[in-house]
Design a protein around this ligand. Structure first.
Ligand code: TYD
Ligand code: MG
Length: 487
């Protein structure tokens, strides 16, 4: 007798908030603590169906890598022509690539995608599925962006079966799903945006796209807490995860790759939202430097790395006599504990008295950085404010400051120096340890220093010098300049 190949189903309960699965119905999710969020779903008893695991089927026969590695040229990338976007993608989209573009509502995901799709459509036919806006709204947006249409087909649909049918007939090279939270499949449990729907719909779409080498962009909303069902759930499923967010009080939009199977993850793309859509910010070098007058005290510029991209960042400090028993310290844009450490190092190694001073340290332009190369600039800004002496306006400071008051080397010094030179800086204070920078061609004079004292002497060297004895009995004129200040 022939054995029947029927799939046995069993009930399982899944949290609509976080996706936690339990065998029994529970009032509160043990994982995310949400109440009444568990819904029943049917899962295959044995070997679990592909759909319930949310995996895409790549089933193939075992093949030696050597056979594949030598076979033909690498897949051709299609560049969007939006340089900032392409750099994140590693030069453009690869056939069959699935990209998740996530960000808070209103950040510009739909705008970015429409602009990118318009630039890709001579190479790839585009199916733009909007579950959030009507055809008229999308067309109106396209008109404002100056997009005429070309090979873009619009579809305003939330029913996945109809989207799949459209893909079947149109055979697009690129599909944009705006957004994963709006699609639903009538046969699956849950409302649109629920864990079950987001996961199953995305997996189904990917299954339809993979193998046909269709590029898929999934757009998804995240709340500020990043908790909403959707993007987090799909990260493992897709090739590339891009997060779009704001910096600098909404003026600047930053695109970051948090996962990338076909490109780098340490790059950022910078955009500005203008009346005609998103425009690339190519020259970010001096974006975060406030051009203060030459005599301004309490500021020092550094070159921080954001990914592999050097960005000029200005540390600002205000040191004032405190009116409280416990002096205040605040750090904006830099890590608080790091700033406390830097202040302590300055107290110790520069003999700078700060115990009766309030110290405020921030980065200009609302920038947030945790590159240790900013340390030296932060210290010099504090010193400058404490001493009421301006840092030379043509000087940048690139170096990490350690507990022992020594200046540490930082990666990609040449790149940073080039960026500083481009922005018009003439002198750079860098760590003397390690390999000296090769970049004579940068046109910037490099001043290597080993300690905080040496940096302070270079930075505020015009102070009257007085010789003092070090602990080892050596005369040290440079440290004397610092001692003067607090004498
Ligand atoms: P949108 O792409 O709809 O954001 P998302 O899809 O991430 O929710 O863009 C939202 C904002 O962009 C909206 O507040 C309006 C603004 N915008 C402009 O300023 N200029 C433009 O040309 C466009 C299309 C949008
Ligand atoms: Mg949108």
């Amino acid at each position: 007798m022939k054995k029947q190949s029927s799939v046995r189903l069993r009930a399982q309960y899944r949290c609509t908030e976080c996706g936690y699965a339990a065998a029994k119905p529970l009032g509160q999710c043990p994982d995310c603590s949400a109440w009444n969020s568990m819904i029943e779903e049917a899962v295959a008893e044995e070997g679990k169906t592909k759909a319930s695991r949310g995996l895409v089927d790549f089933s193939s026969t075992p093949t030696p890598l050597a056979d594949l590695a030598s076979g033909g040229p690498p897949a051709e990338r299609s560049a969007t022509g939006l340089g900032e976007f392409d750099r994140l993608l590693g030069g453009g989209v690869v056939p069959g690539q699935v990209v998740l573009l996530a960000g808070p509502p209103g950040i510009g995901k739909s705008t970015l995608m429409l602009q990118a799709a318009a630039r890709l459509c001579p190479k790839l036919s585009v199916l733009y599925v909007s579950g959030e806006e009507s055809l008229k709204q999308v067309a109106e947006r396209a008109r404002r962006l100056g997009i005429t249409g070309g090979a873009i087909t619009l579809l305003s649909e939330t029913d996945l079966s109809k989207i799949l049918a459209a893909m079947e007939t149109l055979k697009p090279g690129l599909v944009v799903l705006d957004s994963v939270q709006t699609v639903h499949h009538p046969e699956w449990p849950g409302t649109p945006g629920s864990v079950a729907q987001v996961r199953e719909c995305s997996a189904e779409l990917l299954r339809a796209a993979k193998g046909k080498d269709t590029v898929v962009f999934l757009l998804g909303h995240v709340t500020k807490e990043g908790s909403l069902a959707g993007p987090k759930l799909l990260e493992h499923l897709v090739d590339t995860v891009l997060y779009f967010d704001t910096e600098r009080h909404d003026l600047l939009r930053v695109l970051r790759a948090s996962k990338n199977r076909f490109g780098p993850t340490d790059e950022i793309g910078l955009f500005e939202m203008a009346a005609g859509g998103l425009t690339e910010v190519r020259d970010a070098a001096s974006l975060f430097v406030e051009g203060a007058g030459p005599g301004t005290c309490g500021r020092a510029v550094s070159v921080a790395l954001e990914g592999s991209r050097p960005i000029l960042a200005e540390a600002q400090a205000l040191v004032v006599t405190t009116r409280y028993p416990l002096p205040r310290r605040t750090a904006t844009g830099l890590e608080y504990n790091r700033v406390l450490m830097l202040l302590a190092a300055m107290e110790k190694h520069l003999k700078l008295r700060l115990e009766d001073k309030d110290v405020f340290v921030s980065l200009a332009g609302g920038l947030k950085m945790n590159d240790p190369a900013m340390d030296l600039a932060a210290c010099m800004a504090v010193l400058s404010s404490a001493r009421d002496a301006a840092v030379p306006s043509d000087m940048v400071f690139i170096g990490e400051v350690g507990l022992l008051g020594r200046i540490g080397r930082v990666p990609n010094l040449d790149g940073r120096l080039r960026e500083a030179a481009k922005a018009g800086f003439k002198r750079a204070v860098v760590a003397s340890s390690g390999k000296p920078p090769t970049g004579r061609h940068t046109g910037i004079a490099v001043n290597p220093v080993a300690t905080l004292q040496e940096a302070a002497a270079l930075c505020c060297g015009s102070q009257p010098q007085k010789s003092v004895k070090n602990i080892d009995g050596h005369q040290d004129a440079r440290s004397a300049t610092i001692d003067d200040d607090n004498a």
